[in-house]
Design a protein. Structure first.
Lengths: 254, 254
DNA sequence: CCAGTTGTTCCTTTTTTCGGAATACTGTTC
DNA sequence: GAACAGTATTCCGAAAAAAGGAACAACTGG
């Protein structure tokens, strides 16, 4: 019966620090931009005195700010710096790696991660399944941003002006067709390709979004064309779950 | 009469919370993405045991994460959420208001704040000086994004593709001239206008940037043309200091 | 394989926080 | 204009919590 359902309660903790952390979390989760001492004390079942002490300490480090007029507290500049520091240090490859591994294991196909580089796309990472016939991509080589599932998934979610500028530069003749395809990709959330970039290969791909809502990368599941035709649908489902998780670690909120 | 605007530690604080806050700040300010217990203890002159307890507590709330492999700590998802919560709640007008008041007082002219709205710009706020002859703008009315100092300051710092798309739509004939002017605005950091949007009025304006580096608003100092010609230079200096401060509150890092 | 780190735990002393109640403010209502 | 809710803030002794030195464990690299 003594199962701890929480996330790993470390044996040695400092309860005062946990209370202070709860206060910060409350600011992050509350709908309101400012909170009062009593309000916080009620919600966290702490005494007003304790909340006051905590706020005074957090304030001394800039994590929260006090509006002298209203006597209400809000998150401070240092809180913002914490968030930006996190975002600065995001290691996309590191975050995606376990998801790619899981995707590959689940689908039995190759999972890839690619990012935009100027007007091109390059593969950053891949995980291949342990099968005799499998697909493998070349990391670091630039491909066009409008050919193949990963490219189309990325392109579809770019702001319209940017997509159009790209298409005018690189594929003016196909602008109409590609814009229509992009519309479809946005509706279903992923792009499919059968032998488009690479003859004999099939692929489904979906974008990963950053905290500003822009596509930051694309993840694909790809394999030999013959057997991939049957798998595409089921792959897409797992793919979208993986990209959703990665996006949320980049700060994307639905 | 007791004006203590510094980060004065209030009489009643919780030292443990302050130590924990110091740990978080260290993560934000350190160049490295991960820190070890000993490293933190050394830098903050705390015992390893204390740091360990603090980290365990912060970890239980998701503010920091532990890489089980390397036994090193990094900022957690909750830290990111704090930052994003701060950014979500930014009250541009509230932040700018005191800066506008100071600008107006220092220059003796009108200070304004405007933001983009689609392909237009509207004044959000203004502070006028206590002089008989002064300038006043109309809040909330849309103006073109390429006429007047505030518009040009904003436009100049938009991504090239976006600026070009706008100019093609709204001022195709002046594209060359305006792009050249934009280049100059970027170099000096502000835009000047003599009677451009409003006959008889002069203005210097500079953009305010958000944490992604995009222009989020424009601040201007403006006044009656005759006397403003002599003031423009000195106004520009104060203007840039003000916009730099506002930008930093929006998370902009140089 | 061993020395030198680093992270973690233990345990007693000491320092700190806790929390209720008193106090000081602020803006509102009658 | 004065009493009044509703705040935030301070005070205090009691009591719980953190500190920190040192032992222990788990690695790393020579």
């Amino acid at each position: 019966m003594s199962e701890d359902d929480t996330a790993q309660p470390a044996s040695q903790t400092a309860s005062t620090v946990e209370r202070a952390a709860d206060v910060l979390v409350l600011f992050a989760e509350s709908a309101r931009p400012t909170l009062g001492v009593t309000e916080i004390a009620d919600k966290l079942s702490l005494s007003k005195a304790a909340v006051h002490r905590i706020l005074a300490s957090l304030r001394s480090r800039g994590l929260v700010e006090l509006d002298e007029e209203t006597r209400r507290y809000a998150l401070g500049l240092m809180s913002m710096r914490l968030g930006l520091a996190y975002l600065d240090r995001i290691d996309l490859r590191g975050i995606a790696a376990p998801e790619l591994a899981a995707l590959s294991a689940e689908t039995g196909e190759t999972a890839t991660l690619s990012v935009r580089s100027g007007d091109s796309r390059i593969y950053l990472e891949q995980v291949t399944p342990a099968r005799e016939v499998r697909m493998s991509v070349t990391l670091g080589v630039p491909y066009p941003l409008h050919v193949g599932a990963s490219s189309k998934a990325f392109l579809a979610f770019l702001p319209e002006a940017e997509r159009d500028a790209y298409l005018t530069r690189h594929a003016p003749g196909e602008r109409g067709t590609l814009n229509e395809q992009a519309e479809h990709v946005r509706q279903v959330g992923y792009a499919v390709s059968y032998g488009e970039r690479q003859p004999g290969a099939g692929s489904v791909a979906a974008p990963v979004f950053d905290h500003t809502g822009r596509p930051a990368a694309a993840v694909s599941v790809c394999g030999p064309l013959e057997r991939f035709r049957n798998e595409a649908d089921s792959c897409a489902k797992a793919l979208l779950q993986a990209t959703t998780r990665i996006s949320s670690r980049l700060g994307h909120t639905t």
